[in-house]
Design a binder for this molecule. Structure first.
Ligand code: UDX
Length: 456
């Protein structure tokens, strides 16, 4: 490990070492947690890989940053096949992480993404408290825990014939909401990752969840019942320290002025997250659907969103139509966009961060989950909280008609008003849960106490 900055501890303060998985959706919650712990008097070291390293300049000056040379091929890092990349990272980073941690002073605990099972194991071996952070939902973690059971009961691997089977152990999930993996080797890699992840968590000192009682009270309680180690539900992490900018891409802030000029509740914000990609056909269908809705829209088309293309090439005709009504950016200041009064709906892939950000701002969701945990998140959005709906099932091709109909339904009165009302109630419940003295706040205080308590 190399140490680009000074300040390796030794100042008598209790230090927390945080190690995010190098994905935008994992870096954001981890760095917000770092800032929240810092604000409560703990010294902070952020260990990060060379792959997708956070920007030093944007982080508080007294964070200590440690770079691990991961040596993982960039193609693997860019792929949306997560398991082989995460397994390779665990293999290559364990030894350098051990070198670093063995020499670090005053470390009260290591907080690492649940995916970092090898570094968490290193912490335990060195007698340092290991606290995994699950950046996604409690429901998804329950799927991880239940994976062997789901195989044993024949739900998995997924077959065409059982897609609509209800997973009665994990309502309201259907088999189609589980991670789809047709390739045998890839399925095995995924199962291997999950089994390492869950057993690593079970051996740890506690588990931090990026969720809150207001939306997942049962899921949180069930995890605690199952793993019987302390569980800290301190989400949503994005509101803990909103001033930390952990964005890997440059946010185009000019769209905020454009939003200022739009009527309240009129704009559809469209973003499919940082990781998954769509094909050129889907891009065109979304574009025509948006244009046909005749409503203003703000659309994030990040580099790499469209498979097989360097830049998204839309026809000139379509580009002209879009210019009249919409605004395209390559990356948006999403939290501020969702907070903006002009935004009336979020066409989203239901990444967990996006879902939490949308709920906290009370923006109803038009769902287009693309894979991974997004399928499970979308099921909760649509069927548990009922603050959004899917345009089509995940396996189906999306047409411009689907997009247009969904926007009309959401922005219109009948169903739209009902969804907006439920969304307001959910937002209020979340706000109460996260206010001073509420369950999230209490859990965070408990977590800080737990971090500074002696390791037994
Ligand atoms: C993926 C998974 O889908 C997610 O569920 C998992 O927990 C992390 O990995 P991702 O595609 O990154 O997530 O989506 P999401 O979890 O929603 O995170 C995206 C983050 O990027 C959000 O915090 C969002 O605010 C931010 N973002 C997104 C921007 O800052 N600007 C944008 O234009 C789009």
């Amino acid at each position: 490990a190399m140490r680009p900055s000074d300040g390796p501890g030794g100042d008598g303060r209790r230090r927390v070492v945080l190690f995010p998985l190098p994905y935008q959706g994992h870096i954001n919650p981890m760095l917000r947690l770092a800032a929240a712990l810092h604000a409560r008097g703990l010294a902070i070291t952020v260990v990060h890989t060379e792959t997708r390293a956070p920007d030093r300049q944007k982080l508080p000056g007294d964070f200590d940053l440690v770079t691990i040379r991961d040596g993982v091929a960039p193609e693997l890092a860019e792929s949306d096949d997560v398991a082989p990349f995460v397994l390779a990272l665990n293999r290559s980073c364990a030894a350098p992480f051990r070198d670093y941690l063995a020499g670090a002073r005053d470390v009260a605990c290591v907080v690492a993404d649940v995916d970092w099972f090898a570094p968490l194991g290193v912490a335990r071996e060195l007698g340092v408290k290991a606290l995994p952070l699950m950046t996604s939902s409690a429901a998804k973690f329950r799927v991880y825990m239940a994976f062997p059971l789901l195989e044993e009961k024949g739900y998995l691997p997924i077959r065409e014939s059982n897609l609509d089977t209800k997973v009665k152990e994990l309502p309201p999930l259907l088999v189609r909401d589980m991670h789809h993996e047709k390739d045998e080797a890839r399925y095995r890699a995924y199962a291997h990752l999950l089994s390492n992840m869950v057993s690593g968590v079970r051996q740890s000192s506690g588990l931090i969840l990026n969720t809150l009682d207001a939306i997942e009270e049962n899921g949180i309680a069930n995890i605690y019942k199952d793993i019987s180690i302390p569980v800290f539900a301190i989400g949503p992490l994005h509101i803990l320290s909103p001033s930390v900018d952990s964005s890997l891409l440059l946010q185009d802030r000019s769209c905020l002025q454009w939003l200022d000029a739009q009527p309240p509740g009129s704009v559809i914000y469209v973003s499919l997250g940082s990781l998954m990609s769509i094909d050129a056909h889907e891009l065109t269908e979304i574009a025509w659907g948006l244009v046909a809705s005749r409503r203003p829209f703000l659309w994030v088309i990040r580099p790499g969103l469209v498979r097989g293309r360097e830049v998204s090439e839309l026809s000139i005709e379509l580009q002209e139509e879009i210019r009249d009504r919409g605004r395209m950016v390559s990356w948006a200041p999403q939290q501020e966009v969702l907070k903006h009064p002009a935004v009336g709906a979020f066409l989203t892939h239901c990444g967990w961060n996006s879902t939490l950000e949308s709920i906290l701002e009370g923006v109803p969701m038009i769902c287009r989950p693309l894979g991974g945990d997004q399928l499970c998140n979308a099921r909760y959005v649509c069927e548990v909280w009922k603050v959004g709906f899917r345009m089509v099932e995940a396996e189906n091709q999306l047409t411009r008609g689907d997009v247009q109909v969904a926007i009309e339904k959401m922005m219109g009165q009948k169903e739209g008003d009902e969804i907006r009302e439920r969304m307001r109630d959910l937002r209020d419940a979340a706000a109460k849960c996260t206010s001073k003295g509420g369950p999230t706040d209490v859990s965070l205080q408990r977590l800080v106490g737990f971090i500074v308590s002696p390791y037994t």
